[in-house]
Ligand binder design. Structure first.
Ligand code: ZN
Length: 313
């Protein structure tokens, strides 16, 4: 199969792109994400038709945030779009007249990195995406591990801290409450409130209050060596690395790929993650260590991965 179309459904925009066999995006079309669940379906179909017109694409892969069933057809539950048992495959196939595959967005991104990014050359890869929350994807023996019911790799809601912080999912102490973009902001705000003098530079990037500190301010300050911002990244990295050590016990991969906005900071966050990973890895002195590397495809991973999964059929 030659060209396929990948779709990435974001909170603010839906992107569709024609992708070739080497993972290169040839053409894209973006539309704003509509507010209603039905509107999103229409917008996906419109984006696919726009980008597909003139290109001889043979299939469509859609990455969606949420639980996707084992037939890769129905979104069982999407927290942000309010899809409940949404028959997305059927609805899009009717509108675009191409075969459609639906995949969890973090799985699609993991597949993209495995095929064309930081996971190339590895057969066993575990990806974590540190975005607003924490997503995950598992490749074992060169295959995407989806689980019996299609919902494997939801690492963000592993309970890391018994009776810990309340999570949006209703549980307490979930990993993403400690290792995610949202957690990073919380760490920085807490530090700024506790010691405003030390956080003066960081506070100055926002409106001067701890609540005014946002992720972009923490990144900017950390790059300039600001101690409060660097500490906040290290706190996040400690939790991320400790979780990866647990995942090594489960999956024993040769590489962990860390993606999402937080990973844009490179070794500033990767190095403390590696350190924490080695600290908590059981029997660390007596076993081979998986690499912990930054994702390479950035925001393109989900679209490229979804397109390639559609190509695989
Ligand atoms: Zn949770």
């Amino acid at each position: 199969m030659g060209l396929t179309i990948g779709v990435d459904i974001g909170g603010t925009k839906i992107a569709a792109g024609v992708v070739d066999e080497s993972g290169t995006i040839l053409e894209t079309s973006t539309v704003p994400t509509p507010p209603t669940p039905e509107g999103v379906v229409d917008a996906i179909a419109a984006a696919v038709r726009t980008v597909g017109a003139g290109a001889s694409a043979e299939a469509v892969g859609i990455g969606a945030a949420g639980y996707v069933d084992d037939k890769r057809a129905t979104v069982l539950f999407a927290p942000n779009i309010k899809w409940r048992h949404e028959a997305l495959k059927d609805k899009i196939e009717q509108r675009v007249e191409l075969p459609v595959v639906v995949e969890n967005d973090a799985n699609a991104a993991a597949w993209g990195e495995y095929r064309f990014g930081a996971g190339r050359g590895h057969d066993d890869v575990v990806c974590i995406t540190l975005g607003t929350g924490l997503g995950g994807g598992i490749i074992l023996g060169g295959r995407l591990h989806r689980g019996r019911f299609g919902v494997a790799g939801e690492f963000g809601h592993i309970r890391m801290v018994p009776d810990g912080l309340l999570c949006g999912c209703g549980s307490q102490g979930c990993w993403e409450q400690y290792a995610s973009g949202r957690a990073l902001v919380r760490y920085a705000r807490q530090r700024a409130a506790a010691d405003p003098e030390r956080a003066e530079a960081l506070l100055g990037l926002g409106d001067g209050t701890p609540e005014g500190i946002e992720g972009k301010h923490i990144s900017e300050a950390a790059r300039a060596g600001d101690p409060v911002a660097v500490d906040s990244f290290r706190e996040l990295a400690r939790w991320a690395g400790a979780g990866l050590a647990d995942l090594a016990s489960l999956f024993d991969p040769s590489a962990f790929i860390v993606g999402g906005g937080v990973s844009d900071e490179g070794d500033l966050v990767l190095e403390p993650i590696r350190k924490s990973y080695r600290r908590w890895l059981v029997g660390a002195r007596y076993r081979p260590h998986a690499q912990v590397v930054a994702a390479r495809l950035g925001g393109r991973a989900g679209l490229v991965g979804a397109a390639d999964l559609a190509r695989q059929g």
